[in-house]
Design a protein around this ligand. Structure first.
Ligand code: DHB
Ligand code: FE
Length: 279
């Protein structure tokens, strides 16, 4: 049977990907950020999953304002990096896992999560930057990756509680898949940031650290945060953090924190990474 071995939460700030693509990771601005990723990369290299399920948000690249699915799942054989205005990132095409993806789609929909099924889409920085963070600069991604797309750009996004419940449903689906696969679930986005408006540049370290302290041992204590709470405390784009609950919901009730990294700032964003193992 398939099993969930680990969960990772990570920010997806586009300039992190650009710094890797353009060989700037040793520069003084970037070096401390990348130093904090080392332990997670080592763990990933030593425990490479057979498949990753990567939860992220599209930033009006694959989906525009014409169509905005709340939750979608990519079931294709492969996904090309999106052109976000400067040409696609020079990273490998992502191989999907159609068998597990279709199983997830069926299981989730029968479990009353009405996923949009996507046969064709590109993947933007929300997807490729966390992969670069975890796997480095590679010729090929080390495993297939199934995209789960969440709307957090057009209000109203789903609640944290709904995302947590979706994570739990993903876990049930993976547990019921009859192939021996070791699966990691990645939740991406955040942490506190606001890209526009009068409060552009907002970062709330106290909020972020408290969020990181609680999401492992006591995720349910964070589920009553409303969208307004996120906007007030973590900035308009801080609401991306609801996606971390999908990762957390897919893990055991008790998890072991392997590594944590928090760094202010990369571009306009407070960046965080946490890696959990199921125990
Ligand atoms: C930045 C952060 C994001 O999450 C994003 O989607 C785009 C830009 C930034 O800090 O530059
Ligand atoms: Fe974003």
């Amino acid at each position: 049977m398939a099993e969930v071995i680990a969960g990772v939460a990570s920010s997806h700030v586009p300039p992190i990907g650009a710094a890797m693509d353009h060989g700037k990771t040793e520069e003084p601005y970037w070096a401390p950020l990348f130093a904090g990723y080392e332990r997670a990369r080592e763990w990933m290299a030593a425990n490479t999953p057979d498949v990753c399920v990567l939860v992220y948000n599209d930033h009006a690249n694959a989906f525009g304002m014409e169509m905005i699915p709340t939750f979608a799942i990519g079931v294709a054989d492969e996904f090309e990096p999106a052109d976000e205005g400067f040409g696609p990132r020079p990273v490998p095409t992502v191989q999907g896992h159609p068998e597990l993806a279709w199983h997830l789609a069926e299981s989730l929909i029968l479990d009353e999560f009405d996923m949009t099924i996507v046969n064709e889409m590109t993947v933007d920085h929300g997807f490729t930057v966390p992969l670069s963070i975890l796997f480095g600069k590679v010729e090929q991604w080390p495993c297939p990756v199934i995209p789960i797309v969440v709307n957090v750009t057009q209000f109203p996004p789903p609640t944290g509680a709904r995302c947590y419940a979706l994570g739990q449903a993903i876990r049930r689906a993976i547990d019921a898949f009859d192939q021996d696969l070791r699966v990691a679930v990645l939740g991406t986005g955040g942490m506190s940031h606001q890209l526009g408006g009068a409060r552009a540049g907002l970062i709330n370290e106290e909020f972020d650290r408290d969020f990181m302290d609680r999401i492992g041992p006591d995720p349910e204590s964070l589920l009553d945060l409303t969208h307004t709470d996120y906007i007030r405390q973590a900035g308009t784009e801080g609401v991306e953090l609801v996606m971390w609950f999908i990762m957390r919901g897919a893990l055991d009730e008790k998890v072991r924190e392997v590594h944590r990294h928090y760094h202010v700032a990369a571009s306009n964003t407070a960046t965080g990474l946490i890696l959990y193992e199921n125990v």
